[in-house]
Design a binder for this molecule. Structure first.
Ligand SMILES: Cc1ncc(COP(=O)(O)OP(=O)(O)O)c(N)n1
Ligand SMILES: Cc1nc(C(=O)O)sc1CCOP(=O)(O)O
Ligand SMILES: [Mg+2]
Length: 209
């Protein structure tokens, strides 16, 4: 499967009261990867919500990724995204198997991405490229670094951090395969607008090399 397109990421605060309707609206517009990102420690709720998303993703043939938690991913038989302090990639690959999608946060460092590639990552994520209300403190990354990463890496490249329909085009032009988005997608005022935004993000990637 080619990892290219919109990578929608949930946010439990932003989606409070409209979690499944907004996620389904995004899936309607087309989502390559959906990440369940919940930074709370309420394990029962996390399991319940992840199971619901898994069901929804199966209906739309979208791959589900769990943020931070390889054990929960293994329980559901889905992928995982791991940051630099979320545990090593090699045991996660052993736990989830060769077909699972495993992503790695690499901030603005190509060397971290090369290491992640050696350790079995399926894609590498660079960011943050713009101001992010979801994660304002994330280290900044540049378009120049992205272009260089494109020439050095064979793996799909994901970009994250303040990505919107208005600023995503240069990211694609500099080599991004996956546009990872929270606010720029789910910050919409209606389900119809979430679907429209999802389609428009995908179009940005469809009509470029
Ligand atoms: C696609 C994608 N890229 C980067 C991150 C950030 O991961 P991390 O640095 O572990 O930070 P948290 O998201 O866990 O706060 C991500 N989740 N997804
Ligand atoms: C979860 C996350 N990680 C980032 C990184 O740079 O590693 S930026 C980020 C938040 C992405 O949300 P939004 O699209 O609303 O900015
Ligand atoms: Mg993390």
């Amino acid at each position: 499967m080619k990892l290219r397109g919109l990578y929608a990421i949930t946010d439990s605060q932003l989606l409070a009261g409209k979690f499944l309707t907004y996620v389904e609206a995004a899936l309607d517009g087309g989502v390559t990867l959906l990440q369940y990102r919940d930074k709370s420690s309420d394990e029962a709720r996390r399991l319940r919500e992840a199971e619901k998303l898994h069901e929804l993703c199966s209906r739309y043939k979208t791959r589900l990724i769990i943020n931070d938690d390889a054990e929960l991913a293994a329980r559901l038989g889905v992928g995982v995204h791991l940051g630099q302090t979320d545990g090593p990639l090699t045991p996660a690959r052993a736990l989830l198997g060769s077909k699972a999608i495993i992503g790695a946060t690499c901030h603005d460092q190509i060397e971290l991405a090369e290491q992640a590639a050696r350790e079995g990552a399926s894609y590498v994520a660079f960011g943050r490229f713009f101001n992010s209300t979801t994660k304002p403190g994330a280290p900044a990354a540049t378009l120049e670094m992205l272009a260089q990463a494109r020439t050095r890496l064979q793996l799909p490249i994901c970009v994250i951090g303040g990505v919107t329909l208005d600023n995503a085009e240069p990211l694609v032009a500099h080599g991004a395969d996956l546009l990872a988005v929270v606010h720029g997608l789910f910050g919409a005022d209606s389900t119809q607008d979430v679907t429209r935004r999802a389609r428009a993000f995908n179009d940005l990637l469809k009509y470029s090399a």
